[in-house]
Design a binder for this molecule. Structure first.
Ligand SMILES: C[S@@+](CC[C@H](N)C(=O)[O-])C[C@H]1O[C@@H](n2cnc3c(N)ncnc32)[C@H](O)[C@@H]1O
Length: 198
């Protein structure tokens, strides 16, 4: 089996640059987070929890899910080290196999670009979102200079908004939140925040 790149880099993932980028994303994201004290947030593709761990102090509960179990081990160590009592990790396999529970809000930060079938993953996530629930996407705007066989070269937000609407989301908005140097395959990038309401 092909080794997973995110398993290999998980233990060294928290560089100063990534920590600082996560801080800047959180500052832009937080004003849009509502009803957090009554809500369960799923941090999907959580990585090492650079966003989700700070959000545990705002939410009733935070679930961390990732395709990489090594990333989830890093999150679990942070949960234990910081005595966080309202968070747990769940493997992607367990999450897929337990369709009975649903969440209020879902965050995907820099994850969608790594998942080949955008429509299919958004439909799967939508099915696990409670009525009136929200999805928050942070990702890169399309950059034609970027080319990688396994990664989308960003997204056109109008097209992504249409995808959400075709799945049945009733309100979708997006805006550019950050301009960053050398963050997308070593190229400069604009990051957007898209919010979709079920
Ligand atoms: C660039 S990291 C972003 C981590 C974190 N969300 C952040 O903003 O710091 C992408 C993460 O998505 C995860 N991932 C990739 N494909 C996935 C999938 N199909 N389902 C769940 N997680 C996935 C990777 O394992 C990795 O941890």
């Amino acid at each position: 089996m092909e080794p997973k790149i995110f398993d290999q880099i998980a233990k060294q993932y928290d560089t100063e640059d990534r920590i600082q980028l996560a801080h800047r994303i959180l500052e832009k994201l937080k004003p849009f987070l509502t009803n957090t004290k009554e809500s369960c947030l799923l941090d999907f593709g959580c990585g090492t929890g650079l966003l989700g761990i700070p959000l545990t102090s705002l939410y009733k509960e935070v679930l961390f899910c990732d395709d990489s179990n090594v990333m989830l081990d890093v999150v679990q160590s942070k949960i234990q080290a910081q005595n966080i009592t309202n968070a747990k990790t769940i493997s992607l396999t367990n999450w897929i196999q337990t369709p009975t529970f649903s969440v209020d809000q879902i965050l995907l930060s820099l994850v969608l670009l790594h998942i080949p079938d955008t429509q299919s993953i958004l439909k799967t996530l939508s099915d696990r979102l409670k009525p009136n629930g929200k999805v928050f996407i942070v990702d890169f705007l399309k950059n034609e200079k970027v080319s990688h066989p396994k990664v989308h070269n960003g997204f056109v937000t109008e097209a992504l908004e249409q995808t959400f609407k075709s799945i049945g989301f009733r309100a979708v908005i997006s805006s550019v939140i950050l301009e960053e140097k050398k963050v997308f395959m070593n190229d400069d990038a604009s990051l957007f925040l898209l919010i979709a309401e079920k």
